[in-house]
Design a protein around this ligand. Structure first.
Ligand code: NAX
Length: 328
C-alpha cells in the first residue's frame, strides 16, 4: 500500500468539518487505496471540540485513517500537507461591512498562506471553502510566494452541483445525464451558472430547457441564492452538501474529469475569457494527472458576457479592497 497522504483541515470543529472529516477518513477524498493522515487546525477555544471529533474518528475504525493530530498553530498544522482544506473562516455578523469582513478574514488567511509557504509539501493542493472563498484564496496565495499560484483554488463546486440538481429537476432527467455545467465568477450572489454550454443527454441544455424566462428568472437566482434558502429551511447553513462538494472538488482535481465533461473550480485567472489575470474566478476546467486546465474557446453571447463581467467586477473590487488593507 501507499504511504499516507497528509490532509490538513481548518475549522475542523465546525459543522462542515464534522461532515467532511468522516468522508475523508473513509477514503472518499482520495480513493479507496490511499491512506490519509489528518492534521486539524482550530482556534484555541475550539480545540476541545475538535478533540471530540477526533475521538469519533477513532471510533469509526477507518482502515485508511493513519492518524489524527490537532493544532492551534497554523505553522504546525500545515507541516507536510499534501492537501489543504481551508474551511474555517470569520462569518459575517450583523452590521459588519464588507471591508470589516475582508479584514477579519485577512487575519486568518494571511498567516495560513504563510504557513503553507513555510511547511506544506511540494505538491500541496489548496482548496478554500471559508467565505468570502475566492478572495480568501487570493490572500492565502499572495502570502505563499514559493508555492505555484495555481495550487490555490476556491470552491464553486457546491454551486455547480446545485445547478446540475436544478436542471435535473426541471427536465426530469437523472443528474448523471448532465455534462459541462459551468459556474463563472465569484462564489456569491453574483455567480453565473451557465446552461448555454451545458449538455443533457448530449443535447444543449439551454435548448432542451427552451424557456428563457425560467433560465433568467428562476434557474439563475435559485442556484445563486440556494445558500440562503438552506439557512431559511434548516436554521443553519449548508454543511453536508458543502462537505460533499469539497470532496468532489479535490477528488476531481486529483483523479481527473471524465472524457467529454468538465467541472467548475475557482482558480487564478490566466486572462482567459477577459478575466483579469490573478483574480481567483470560477471557470470551466478539465483535470488530468493532478493538474487542471481552463476550458478554452467557448463562445459567450451578450447574456452570458454581461453576467460574467458583473461577477468578475465584484472580484476585482474585493481584490482592490484587500490590497488597500495590505493583505496581498
Ligand atoms: P462553522 O462556524 O460551523 O465552523 C467554522 C469553524 O472554523 C469553527 O469551528 C471555528 O472555530 C473555526 N475557525 C475560525 N477561525 C479559524 C482559524 N483561524 N483557524 C482554524 N479554524 C478556525 O462554519 P461552517 O458551517 O463549517 O462553514 C465554514 C465556512 O464555509 C464558512 O465561512 C462558510 O461561509 C463557508 N461556506 C462556503 C461554501 C462554499 O460553497 N464555498 C458553502 C458552505 C459554507 O457556507
Amino acid at each position: 500500500t501507499q504511504a499516507p497522504v497528509t490532509v490538513t483541515v481548518t475549522g475542523a470543529a465546525g459543522q462542515i468539518g464534522y461532515a467532511l472529516l468522516f468522508r475523508i477518513a473513509s477514503g472518499q477524498l482520495l480513493g479507496p487505496d490511499t491512506p490519509v493522515r489528518l492534521r486539524l487546525l482550530e482556534i484555541p477555544q475550539a480545540v476541545k471540540a475538535a478533540e471530540g471529533t477526533a475521538m469519533e474518528l477513532e471510533d469509526g475504525a477507518f482502515p485508511l485513517l493513519a492518524g489524527t493530530d490537532i493544532f492551534d498553530d497554523p505553522k504546525r498544522a500545515f507541516e507536510g500537507a499534501n492537501v489543504a482544506l481551508l474551511v474555517g473562516a470569520r462569518p459575517r455578523t450583523k452590521g459588519m461591512e464588507r471591508g470589516d469582513l475582508l479584514e477579519a478574514n485577512g487575519g486568518i488567511f494571511k498567516p495560513q498562506g504563510e504557513a503553507i509557504n513555510a511547511g506544506a509539501a511540494d505538491d500541496v493542493k489548496v482548496l478554500v471553502v471559508g467565505n468570502p472563498a475566492n478572495t480568501n484564496a487570493l490572500i492565502a496565495q499572495s502570502n505563499a510566494p514559493d508555492v505555484p499560484a495555481e495550487r490555490f483554488t476556491a470552491m464553486t463546486r457546491l454551486d455547480h452541483n446545485r445547478a446540475i440538481a436544478q436542471l435535473s429537476k426541471k427536465l426530469g432527467v437523472p443528474v448523471g445525464e448532465i455534462r459541462k455545467m459551468t459556474i463563472w465568477g465569484n462564489h456569491s450572489a453574483t455567480q453565473y451558472p451557465d446552461l448555454f454550454h451545458a449538455e443533457v443527454g448530449g443535447r444543449n441544455a439551454a435548448e432542451a430547457v427552451n424557456d428563457e424566462k425560467w433560465l433568467a428568472d428562476e434557474f439563475i437566482p435559485t442556484v445563486a441564492k440556494r445558500g440562503a434558502a438552506i439557512i431559511e429551511a434548516r436554521g443553519a447553513s449548508s454543511a453536508a452538501s458543502a462537505a460533499s462538494a469539497a470532496i468532489d472538488h479535490i477528488h476531481t482535481w486529483v483523479n481527473g474529469t471524465p472524457e467529454g465533461d468538465w467541472t467548475s473550480m475557482a482558480v487564478p485567472s490566466d486572462g482567459s475569457y477577459g478575466v483579469p489575470e490573478g483574480l481567483i474566478s470560477s471557470f470551466p476546467v478539465t483535470t488530468k494527472n493532478g493538474k487542471y486546465e481552463i476550458v478554452q474557446g467557448l463562445e459567450l453571447d451578450e447574456f452570458s458576457r454581461t453576467r460574467i463581467d458583473a461577477s468578475v467586477a465584484e472580484l476585482a473590487e474585493e481584490r482592490e479592497a484587500v490590497a488597500k488593507l495590505g493583505l496581498i
